[in-house]
Write a protein that binds this ligand. Structure first.
Ligand SMILES: C[S@@+](CC[C@H](N)C(=O)[O-])C[C@H]1O[C@@H](n2cnc3c(N)ncnc32)[C@H](O)[C@@H]1O
Length: 368
C-alpha cells in the first residue's frame, strides 16, 4: 500500500478552489464501501475523490463541466510508468532544439479577445509554440494529458494577472522566449516526478467532461455503490473565471462552462438569480445521480452555507429538503465553522455563522 504522504503529493499537484483532501475522505470510503465498489462524484473538481478511491482500491467515476478539472483528474488517475520518463526526456530535447529556431516552427499564435491585455507577446509566442510541439510530437494520451496540464499550469504565472483570484492586470517583468520555455520544462519535470510514483495505483477510474445532469444518461441504473461529493458553495466562486485563461490557451470555449456551472457568483451576484434556482439545480443533479445509485447506497455531501442577496443560504436545510424528495434518510451529520477553515473567501462573502456540513444519507428503496 502506498502511503498517504505520497498520495497527498499527487493530490496537491495543481491548485483548485474549495478542494477537499484525500484524508477527509478516507474514513467515509472505508466505512461505507468495500474494495472494488464503484464510487461516484458528480462534482469531481480536481479529482480528489478519484484519487482517494484508487488509493483505497475502489473503482470511481467523476463528472465535471470544467475542462481544467477534467485534465487534473485525468492526470491524477492515469498510470505513469518509468518508461514515460524517457518519452518526456525526448520531448524536452525536441522542445529545446525547436526553440533554437522557433521561427521555423509552423505554429499559429493563440488568439482571443483581450489576450494582449493579459499576456506579453513573448509569452503568447512561446506558449503557442509549446502547444504546437505537444500536438505534433506526442501520441500517448496519458503523456498528452500531463504535458497539457503542465502547460495550463504555467499560463497564469506567466500572465499579467495579479494572482489566481485577483482578476487585474499588473506590470510584470519581461521574460525571454527561452526563460518561458524553461518555466514550462521545470513544471513538466516536477509534475512527472510526482505522478510517476503512482504506478501501483491500478484501480479503474473514469472522468467525464460533462454536465452532471447527464449522469443518468451515461451510467447504468442502480450500478453505483456510493456517492461522495462537494457541490459548489452557493454564490462563493466562479470556477469558469478562475480557469478562464487556462481554458482558452488549451483551446476550450469558456462560455458553455460559464453557463452550465451551478451556484456561481455570476448567477447570484451579477445576474441576481433567486436562491431557489440553486436548490433546483442541486435537486436536478442529485435526482439524476440517484437513479444510478443502488438501493441502500450511502451518499456523503460536503457543502457550505452561502449568502445570496444579503441573506444566508442554509445549505444543510436545503440539502435535507432535497434528500426527502429523493427518499434519502439522514444518518450522520457534523459541521465546521466556515470562517475558521476558509481564509480564501472574500470578506464580502463572509457571513458570521456560515458552516460547512458533512452530511451522510442512505438511499431507501421505493417501498421503504
Ligand atoms: C467544490 S468544487 C469540487 C472540488 C472537489 N471536491 C475537489 O476536491 O477538487 C465543485 C465543482 O463543481 C463543478 N460543477 C459546477 N457545476 C457543475 C455541473 N453542472 N456539472 C458538473 N460539475 C459542475 C465545478 O466546475 C467545480 O469543479
Amino acid at each position: 500500500m502506498i502511503d498517504l504522504k505520497y498520495i497527498n503529493k499527487i493530490d496537491h499537484i495543481y491548485p483548485y478552489p474549495a478542494k477537499y483532501t484525500v484524508s477527509m475522505l478516507e474514513n467515509y470510503i472505508k466505512k461505507y464501501t468495500k474494495p472494488n465498489d464503484i464510487i461516484l462524484d458528480p462534482f469531481v473538481g480536481s479529482g480528489t475523490t478519484l484519487l482517494a478511491a484508487r488509493w483505497l482500491e475502489r473503482k470511481s467515476i467523476g463528472f465535471d463541466i470544467n475542462p481544467i478539472a477534467y485534465h487534473i483528474s485525468k492526470v491524477k488517475t492515469n498510470t505513469y510508468i518509468l518508461e514515460d520518463k524517457k518519452i518526456i526526456k525526448k520531448f524536452i530535447e525536441y522542445l529545446v532544439t525547436s526553440f533554437n529556431d522557433i521561427d521555423k516552427l509552423e505554429f499559429e499564435l493563440i488568439n482571443y479577445e483581450s489576450i494582449n491585455h493579459w499576456f506579453k507577446y513573448n509569452v503568447i509566442k512561446a506558449l503557442s509554440a509549446i502547444k504546437y510541439c505537444i500536438n505534433s510530437n506526442i501520441k500517448e494520451e496519458r503523456i498528452i494529458d500531463l504535458c497539457n496540464l503542465a502547460f495550463s499550469y504555467v499560463v497564469l504565472p506567466l500572465s499579467n494577472q495579479e494572482s489566481d483570484t485577483r482578476y487585474k492586470a499588473i506590470q510584470k517583468e519581461d521574460l525571454s522566449i527561452n526563460e518561458i520555455l524553461n518555466i514550462y520544462i521545470n513544471k513538466l519535470e516536477e509534475m512527472l516526478n510526482i505522478v510517476i510514483l503512482g504506478k501501483d495505483l491500478n484501480t479503474k477510474s473514469k472522468v467525464y467532461l460533462l454536465d452532471a445532469l447527464k449522469i443518468n444518461s451515461i451510467l447504468k441504473t442502480e450500478s453505483i455503490d456510493f456517492l461522495i461529493t462537494s457541490p459548489p458553495y452557493p454564490n462563493t466562486y466562479d470556477y469558469y473565471l478562475y480557469h478562464k485563461h487556462r481554458m482558452l490557451f488549451l483551446g476550450y470555449d469558456f462560455k458553455p462552462v460559464m453557463e452550465t456551472e451551478i451556484g456561481s457568483r455570476r448567477e447570484f451576484s451579477s445576474l441576481k438569480k433567486d436562491s431557489e434556482k440553486f436548490t433546483q439545480d442541486l435537486f436536478n443533479i442529485f435526482k439524476s445521480a440517484n437513479e444510478t445509485l443502488k438501493n441502500d447506497a450511502y451518499i456523503v455531501v460536503i457543502i457550505g452555507d452561502g449568502k445570496i442577496a444579503g441573506e444566508k443560504y442554509d445549505s444543510k436545510e436545503h440539502m435535507i429538503q432535497i434528500a426527502k424528495k429523493l427518499n434519502w434518510e439522514l444518518i450522520e451529520e457534523k459541521y465546521t465553522e466556515l470562517d475558521k477553515t476558509s481564509k480564501k473567501f472574500q470578506q464580502s462573502f463572509r457571513t458570521k455563522g456560515k458552516k460547512e456540513y458533512f452530511l451522510v444519507f442512505k438511499k431507501r428503496g421505493k417501498n421503504e
